[in-house]
Design a protein around this ligand. Structure first.
Ligand code: G1P
Length: 298
């Protein structure tokens, strides 16, 4: 079997305004909203770490500098924790800190769309395949994570891989939708892609769930990509163009996904993760039951 160039770097586009979470996002980037005890972005970085990613590239925008601070040492805090012998907390922070030199930040200066945000990472990625994780989505799987599953498929197939899931037909207009070709391993060959198709026109029920492995050739296409749905430079259109020369496979993700870009998805993530967290599981379960049965908080 041919050796495929290793996927070492991952891009996290974190420049979005987070208008669905105003007023909170006036002061806090949506990626930093907390699910139980970690910001959303930490769950997404953990998924990439599990998949063996070594370098983390954040495409940020104005007012996102706290993401940079979050992935850095907090000297005064750590000093105070040491003085107070808070060893568990010190260990926790050390475990979350990326190794020096493995995190890069670049800015998307204008909000021109996801395709443009990804293109902004081209100099840092260089001539390598890369992973792309949209940080609205938290993936939680009992088995292997979404990106890990994709990396395993990539080890067999190489090329470009997009994770997909099935949605109800009346939800297809919210997503990028793929056309379905021959089955290959855990996935299938993608025959076409359309971003946010008008109702009733989607080529299938398989939507793009926000996880990609892409070859660097996509940057050349994004450079001249015209605006598409929502008058934005769309990644989906760029990948559809890439399909003229390159193979694009779909990986069918079967685990749980929480769309933290919406209030409901964010609450679902909080509930699901809170019900499993060792410090909150028992009390939270009792409280939820009390609320649902009209008895109030237990
Ligand atoms: C983006 C992608 C879309 C994908 C979706 C998943 O859209 O453009 O293809 O289905 O993420 O969340 P957005 O949610 O940024 O509008």
């Amino acid at each position: 079997m041919a050796e495929h160039k290793k996927v070492r770097k991952a891009v996290f586009p974190v420049a979005g305004l987070g208008t669905r979470f105003l007023p909170a996002t006036k002061a806090v980037p949506k990626e930093m909203l907390t699910v139980v005890d970690k910001p959303i972005i930490q769950y997404v970085v953990d998924e990439a770490l599990e998949a063996g990613i070594e370098h983390f590239v954040f495409v940020t925008g104005r007012n996102k500098h706290i993401i940079e601070d979050y992935f850095d040492i907090h000297f005064e805090l750590e000093q105070t924790l040491r003085e107070r012998s808070k060893n568990a907390e010190i260990t926790l922070l050390a475990g979350q800190l990326p190794k020096a030199g493995t995190v890069s930040f670049t800015r998307q200066q204008e909000p021109l769309g996801l395709g443009h945000a990804v293109w902004c990472a081209r100099e840092i990625i260089g001539d390598e395949p890369f992973a792309l994780l949209l940080p609205d989505m938290i993936m939680k799987s009992e088995a292997k994570g979404c990106m890990k599953g994709m990396i395993d498929l990539y080890a067999q197939s190489g090329g470009n891989i997009i994770a997909v899931e099935e949605c109800a037909p009346d939800q297809a207009h919210k997503y990028g939708i793929v056309g379905v070709g021959d089955a290959i391993g855990d996935g299938f060959r993608i025959t076409g892609m359309v971003e946010k198709p008008a109702k009733g026109t989607a080529p299938s029920n398989f939507f793009i769930n926000g996880r990609y492995i892409l070859q660097p050739e996509v940057f050349k296409i994004l450079e001249t990509q015209e605006r598409g749905a929502g008058n934005e430079i769309q990644l989906t259109d760029g990948i559809a163009a890439l399909m003229r020369d390159e193979r694009v496979l779909a990986y069918r993700y079967a685990g749980q996904r929480y769309d933290c870009g919406s209030k409901l998805g964010y609450l679902q993530a909080t509930a699901a993760i809170g019900l499993k967290h060792p410090e909150t599981a028992e009390g939270f379960r009792a409280s939820l039951a009390g609320l649902l049965e009209g008895r109030g908080l237990a």
